[in-house]
Design a binder for this molecule. Structure first.
Ligand code: MN
Length: 605
């Protein structure tokens, strides 16, 4: 038996997802495809939840169109995608008919290898997608999300691998999304997996904590023949071990990958130039981040938290949030931290810290989780918190999708003529709001991608405009230093600055507000809400977007009645009436952005 090691390069999916917020455009992928196709990779990972989301939300590209173009440009290489089992590419559980339609369409449009995982490692949530991949005649890769907790062990992971074999998978993947694996544990894990099952086991790990290459070598020594790497210019840090380095490390040994280093280097040079275009999306957390070994929080999640807390002006709480995440995770029975459980745990931890009281406010997703609607938690759930969140409501024991009726017909009807194909319906299914907006803009011919900032002359670090100046206010002069400019979103652009060198961040919220000045009528809806003062003034603890307004002016409410649903950090939260009374005024509508210092609804007692 050959000991050749096979490579999956992830530059077109996880590489740019980990380093430049998933912003690489199809136009930057296609020119190099001819070269990529000649390399002889086992597969190229090209598609997943975040790439689909970013295409629609930011790049205004049809993700299906991207897939078809890549398929055409890469005729000789397997194309691989990452699929969240019953969550597909979204954040909720879909009915089986949507799962089947999605898998069949993905196969039809070009996917060969489906890497399927469930955030809780509940294999029941992977059944339907694995079966659908097999129906399509494609490769189903069952995935184990690696994590560390008192309820996870190597024996338990090998058990899961056996179940995935029994379910008809063609291969198994160990997905170390956080970069938690250490070399000796990897050796043991792969040795045990090799004894337990006959299928090839792929290793996907992140370089965040600096141990990934060592882990790959140890895995290979213990029977692993498939590793995920990323071309060097998109490797390292929150991304993956560099392809060229691993190819060089194994060259001339029994594990030789057979790949040409010089051709790979040319591809590396190409992507080095491409990466410069996206400098505005580079994370501040570059290089190694060993905190994952302390907090067990994936690097991508840490950098997301940084961005979100900074945008909310509460970055000073980051340490508290990082300490709170493992506690919430324990309360929820130690789910691995991967989409969507990472969002559920992360958002609840942020709420726990920002409200100053643990579980004072509990997100809707957390409630669903506690009801068993995401599947079976790996370990026991804190019963006090479950009681507090869902009272005596039933906890389901069955596979969550068993309770869902078919959805495709309803989705087709809901989106109507905006959808010209099943692929369009599935865009809407994955992302009801931004998916519909995308389809509307496409129909109207008004799709505009978010702009890329030109690289300042001399590189990303030099800037041409003055960023430091003094401001005199009430006779005192303050030194202002603009430390950064955020991304434009919904017409807003945050500016980050320090005053007199104080590290606390002050943010001018929107450029459009500055431009509007105090002129009436020019302000965006929602930018002039009153500040909360009275007991009946309803505000939010976290900045977010209004998903739904549940009451009308004049309605009478009891304390605790739900008034609004907001979304922050991909998590929905219900805002409840603080007092009993009648709704005197509503200052928000669905889709509005809201902040904690605003009154959203007024209730008069
Ligand atoms: Mn990954």
């Amino acid at each position: 038996m050959s000991s050749q090691v096979h490579i999956t390069d992830v530059v077109l999916r996880d590489g740019h997802q980990s380093l430049i917020a998933t912003r690489m455009r199809t136009d930057d992928m296609l020119p190099i495809c001819e070269w990529l196709d000649k390399i002889g990779y086992w597969s190229l990972e090209v598609w997943g939840g975040a790439t689909f989301d970013a295409c629609i939300r930011f790049l205004k590209e049809d993700p299906w169109e991207r897939l078809r173009k890549l398929r055409e440009a890469l005729p000789n290489t397997r194309l691989q995608m990452l699929l969240r089992g019953q969550n597909l590419l979204g954040y909720r559980h879909y009915s089986d008919d949507v799962v089947r339609a999605f898998v069949h369409k993905s196969a039809e449009n070009g996917i060969d290898v489906f890497r399927i995982f469930d955030a809780l490692n509940d294999v029941r949530n992977m059944e339907t997608s694995i079966a659908a991949v097999k129906e399509s005649g494609k490769h189903a890769q069952g995935t184990i999300c690696y994590t560390i907790s008192p309820v996870h062990s190597i024996a338990q992971f090998t058990d899961m691998a056996k179940q995935l074999v029994d379910m008809g998978c063609d291969s198994i993947a160990v997905k170390d999304m956080a970069g938690l694996l250490t070399p000796m544990v990897t050796a043991e894990l792969f040795a045990e997996l090799g004894k337990a099952i006959d299928l090839p086991v792929h290793l996907h790990g992140h370089a965040t904590a600096g141990t990934a290459e060592m882990c790959q070598l140890k895995a290979i020594e213990n029977g692993c023949r498939h590793i995920d790497t990323c071309i060097s210019s998109f490797s390292g840090g929150a991304s993956h071990p560099p392809t060229e380095s691993m190819v060089a490390a194994l060259a001339g040994t029994e594990y030789d990958t057979g790949l040409d280093l010089k051709d790979l280097q040319n591809i590396g040079f190409y992507f080095r130039e491409v990466r410069k275009k996206y400098h505005q999306f580079e994370s501040e957390m570059t290089g190694l981040d060993t905190r994952v070994q302390v907090y067990q929080v994936p690097g991508g999640m840490i950098s997301n938290l940084y961005t979100q807390l900074r945008e909310q002006g509460v970055l000073n709480h980051i340490e508290d949030v990082l300490n709170e995440i493992p506690r919430v995770r324990e309360d929820l029975g130690f789910p691995p931290l991967v989409t969507p459980s990472s969002q559920i745990v992360g958002a609840q931890a942020v709420v726990n810290v920002l409200t100053g009281e643990r579980y004072k406010s509990i997100g809707n997703e957390v409630k669903l989780y506690l009801q068993g609607r995401y599947g079976r938690a790996p370990g026991p759930i804190n019963s006090l918190i479950r009681q507090q969140a869902i009272g005596n409501e039933d906890v389901i024991e069955v596979r969550p999708a068993d309770l869902l009726d078919d959805e495709m017909d309803n989705l087709r009807e809901e989106i109507g003529e905006l959808a010209g194909s099943d692929e369009d319906i599935l865009i809407f299914a994955m992302f009801p709001d931004i998916g519909r907006e995308f389809l509307e803009q496409r129909a109207a011919g008004t799709l505009v991608p978010e702009p890329l900032e030109p690289m300042p002359a001399g590189g990303a670090d030099s800037s041409k405009k003055p960023t430091e100046f003094n401001v005199t206010l009430h006779g005192e002069t303050h030194h202002i230093h603009i430390t950064g400019i955020g991304h434009r979103s919904q017409g807003d652009r945050p500016f980050y600055m320090t005053v007199d060198g104080v590290p606390e961040e002050i943010m001018i919220e929107t450029l459009s507000e500055l431009e509007d000045g105090d002129s009436e009528g020019g302000a965006r809806s929602g930018s002039k809400r009153p500040r909360p003062g009275k007991p009946g003034d309803v505000s939010t603890t976290m900045p977010g977007t209004v998903i739904d307004v549940l009451v009308e002016v004049g309605a009478s409410v009891q304390a605790g009645d739900p008034l609004l649903v907001t979304e922050a950090m991909k998590m929905e939260t219900e805002i409840q009436a603080p007092i009993a009374g009648s709704v005197a005024a509503i200052h928000v509508a669905k889709g509005d952005s809201v902040n904690p210092d605003e009154t959203l609804i007024e209730i008069s007692a």
